[in-house]
Write a protein that binds this ligand. Structure first.
Ligand code: FO1
Length: 311
C-alpha cells in the first residue's frame, strides 16, 4: 500500500523497552491525534513483592507522560526509594529497583487485576491518569512470560536473567509460555493499520513475543512495515542484544543480522550512518541515536517520509 497523504492515518508501533519508548515518543510528537496505536510487549511482566509489574508498559507510559529519566529511560525521573530501603532492611528482595512514585502504578494495576479487570482496561486508566492520550495496548490480556534458556540448559524467568543475573548466562533460546492470544483491540489495530513501525527494541525479548501471537505476523505481511535497527556500529544501543545475537544466531552483531531476523516481514529498514547493507527492500541510512526529544521527532519524521516512498 502506498502512503499518499502527508501522514498515514493509522500507524501501529510495536515496542518494548527503552529504545522502543524513545521512538514511540518521537512518533507521538509528529503524528496527529488519533493516528498512533502502540502495541507493547508484556513478556517482561512478572510478580514481585506480590505485585504485577509490567516494565515495558510502564516505560512507554512514563515516556509519553514526560516522566521518564532521559538517560536511564525506565521508572520515574527523580523518584525516591524509601520503600525499597525499608524492604531491604526487613530482608525482602531488593534486586529490582521499585521507586516510591512508581509503586503506585504497580499497586493500582495489581488491584485492578484482582478485581478481574483486564490489563488493557487498567492500562487505559493508568495512562489517562498521567495525561497520556495515545492508545497504548498491552499485546495480550493473558500471561505470556518470556523464559530465557541458557547455553547450559537452565531456564530462567526473564527479569531474573536480566536484572538479578545481570544478563551474564549465555542465551541459547528465548521462548514464551502461556497463551498466544492477542487482544481483539490489538488484532483490530493491526487490521486497520496503514503503516507498522517495529521500534528499535530487542528483537528476541521485546518484539518476537508480539510477533508470535496468533494472527499478528500475518497482518504485518499485509501492511507496509518498517523497522529501526537497535544495533549501531555492531553494538547494541542499550542492553544485552549484541551478545544475544552472537549466542543465539552464532553471527556477529550488526544491523543486517537484525534485518535477517525479521526476514519476510520488512518493507524498509532504518539503520545508522555507515551500517547500510544490500537488502531486498530499501534501507534508510540516517542518525538513529534518539536520546534527545529533538532526535526522536526527527527520526520519526524521516521514517514516515521513508515509508511514503515504499509501495
Ligand atoms: N531495569 C534495571 O536494569 N534494573 C532495575 O532495577 C529495574 C527496575 C525497574 C522498575 C520498574 C520498571 O518499569 C522498569 C525497571 N527496569 C529496571 C527496566 C526493565 O526491567 C527492563 O528494562 C525491561 O524489562 C527491558 O525491556
Amino acid at each position: 500500500m502506498t502512503l499518499k497523504s502527508q501522514y498515514p492515518s493509522n500507524v501501529v508501533a510495536l515496542a518494548g523497552g527503552v529504545g522502543g519508548a524513545r521512538l514511540v515518543d518521537g512518533l507521538d510528537r509528529v503524528l496527529p491525534p488519533g493516528s498512533l496505536t502502540v502495541i507493547v510487549n508484556t513478556g517482561d511482566d512478572f510478580r514481585h513483592w506480590g505485585l504485577h509489574i509490567s516494565p515495558d508498559l510502564d516505560t512507554i507510559m512514563y515516556t509519553l507522560a514526560g516522566l521518564a529519566p532521559e538517560t536511564r529511560g525506565w521508572g520515574i525521573e527523580g523518584d525516591t526509594f524509601r520503600v525499597l530501603e525499608e524492604a531491604k532492611r526487613r530482608g525482602e528482595p531488593d534486586w529490582f529497583l521499585l521507586g516510591d512514585r512508581d509503586l503506585v502504578t504497580h499497586l493500582m494495576r495489581s488491584a485492578g487485576l484482582s478485581e478481574a479487570r483486564s490489563l488493557t482496561e487498567i492500562t487505559r486508566g493508568l495512562c489517562a491518569a498521567l495525561g497520556v492520550s495515545r492508545r497504548v495496548l498491552p499485546m495480550s490480556d493473558a500471561p505470556r512470560p518470556t523464559i530465557i534458556v541458557t547455553q547450559r540448559g537452565d531456564e530462567i524467568a526473564f527479569q531474573d536473567w536480566l536484572i538479578k543475573e545481570h544478563a551474564v548466562p549465555a542465551v541459547r533460546e528465548v521462548r514464551q509460555e502461556g497463551s498466544d492470544r492477542a487482544t481483539d483491540l490489538v488484532l483490530d489495530a493491526m487490521e486497520s493499520a496503514d503503516l507498522v513501525v517495529i521500534c528499535p527494541s530487542n528483537p528476541y525479548v521485546s518484539i518476537d513475543p508480539i510477533l508470535a501471537l496468533h494472527g499478528v505476523s500475518d497482518r504485518i505481511r499485509q501492511t507496509t512495515t518498517v523497522a529501526v535497527s537497535p544495533i549501531v556500529n555492531r553494538k547494541a544501543v542499550k542492553g544485552p542484544l549484541a551478545r544475544m545475537i552472537k549466542d543465539i544466531e552464532g553471527r556477529a552483531p550488526s544491523a543486517e543480522a537484525v534485518a535477517m531476523h525479521y526476514e519476510g516481514l520488512l518493507d524498509g529498514f532504518a539503520v545508522h550512518h555507515g551500517d547500510g547493507f544490500q537488502a531486498p527492500f530499501p534501507v534508510l541510512e540516517t542518525s538513529i541515536l534518539i536520546s534527545s526529544k529533538e532526535e526522536r521527532s526527527t527520526l520519526a519524521r524521516e521514517l514516515i517520509d521513508f515509508a511514503r516512498t515504499i509501495s
